[in-house]
Write a new protein. Structure first.
Length: 384
């Protein structure tokens, strides 16, 4: 009977202790802290930076001081822990509260396609496993591209190409800019709007490069390829620019005999035969004539415009020149110009102005009258 009473007492004692023991087990198994992010698995291309927002939640009844670290990142990857404007290594959290921080992971450009696993650790408190998938095979290269690598124009045109130089490496690169143009062609590189022979580009960054190409004056019609390169010791890229020359444009203004001088009497007109020649290899349209002349002079042309002129052809134009009535005898310069949108030419004529013959005869009559008057005076008074 005593034995049964003792067993019952032990059973009642054990029953009373069970809730306390369960609470102790629950407290032992419950984590002191939790690390949480909604983006535990992400996918990005090579060369990207991934930013994780992470919460550290304190589940215990006392302040926790967490030493933070990142483990398992592949070689060449970099990770930084930040809170606000600071890089952190430890974080304290009050009981029942949470603190947020940021994890920045830089994925290199030279990386294999696949999934990579690593974790954020609050030492002795919690771990957060993360998966980052690289969506494509990484490279270590340079790209030199141009949206419009082909341009067309005449021999006097200038050609400007807008290229993009992309550094797809994990290092800053200084590229030498080189062009292999035919002899006589001019190629000028501009980086950041300044003429340059090299360009410095940050990792995984792009720089805008302007390329100005000028053909030689005597270039013939045709298609010309201009290879350009951006080169470093470890990487390079090339691009071929194409220039299509439609033809050369040239004009010449002269006279049939090549004589660029004439004479005219003040107040009178003089006709001058002109020859307009297309010295280029392409047709010219709408050739107009103009002039620069002394004040009071007049110049007109027949015809006033040459409608079209094929390569090597000539057109005859008659210029009518009228000197001012009060022009003083001497030499004057009249500059005549032919012009189109593509070309122009000028000729300077030396025009000698003579006095009118009327004034010459009038002078002679005055002299004769004067001599006659002297003769009469001598006859009348010479005998006295």
């Amino acid at each position: 009977m005593a034995t049964n009473k003792f067993s019952l007492s032990l059973l009642l004692l054990a029953w009373g202790l069970l809730p306390n023991m369960a609470g102790a087990v629950d407290q032992t198994d419950a984590p002191a802290a939790v690390l949480y992010t909604p983006y535990a698995e992400v996918s990005v291309p090579p060369g990207q930076t991934v930013n994780y927002g992470i919460d550290l939640m304190n589940k215990s009844k006392q302040e926790e001081n967490a030493v933070l670290s990142v483990e398992g990142l592949p070689r060449g990857w970099t990770a930084t822990l930040n809170a606000g404007a600071y890089t952190i290594e430890e974080m304290s959290v009050l009981p029942g509260e949470k603190r947020s921080f940021n994890l920045k992971v830089d994925v290199p450009l030279k990386v294999n396609k696949g999934s990579y696993h690593f974790k954020v650790i609050a030492q002795g408190l919690a771990e957060l496993p993360l998966t980052l998938t690289v969506s494509e095979q990484g490279t270590y290269k340079t790209e030199l591209t141009c949206d419009q690598p082909n341009m067309q124009g005449n021999s006097k045109s200038s050609f400007t190409y807008q290229a993009k130089l992309k550094n797809e490496t994990s290092d800053e690169q200084e590229y030498a800019l080189v062009a292999n143009a035919p002899k006589g062609w001019g190629v000028v590189f501009k980086a950041n709007y300044r003429q340059a022979t090299s360009a410095q580009v940050e990792p995984n960054a792009t720089s805008n490069i302007s390329i100005d190409i000028a053909p030689p004056a005597n270039v013939t019609a045709g298609t010309y390829n201009i290879p350009v390169q951006a080169v470093t010791k470890s990487t390079s890229a090339s691009l071929t620019l194409q220039v299509v020359i439609t033809g050369t444009y040239g004009l010449e203004l002269t006279t049939p005999e090549g004589l660029l001088s004439t004479t005219v009497t003040a107040g009178e007109t003089k006709k001058i035969d002109l020859v307009v020649e297309n010295t280029g290899s392409a047709a010219l349209m709408g050739i107009r004539l103009s002039d620069a002349k002394p004040n009071g002079w007049e110049v007109s042309y027949a015809p006033s415009e040459v409608t079209s002129l094929q390569a090597g052809e000539r057109a005859q134009v008659v210029a009518t020149l009228k000197a001012a009535k009060k022009a003083i005898p001497g030499d004057y310069i009249v500059r005549m110009t032919v012009r189109t949108a593509e070309a122009n030419a000028s000729a300077e004529f030396r025009v000698t102005v003579r006095t009118s013959a009327v004034w010459g005869w009038l002078g002679i009559l005055i002299i004769v009258a004067a001599l006659g008057s002297v003769y009469l005076l001598f006859r009348k008074y010479g005998r006295r």
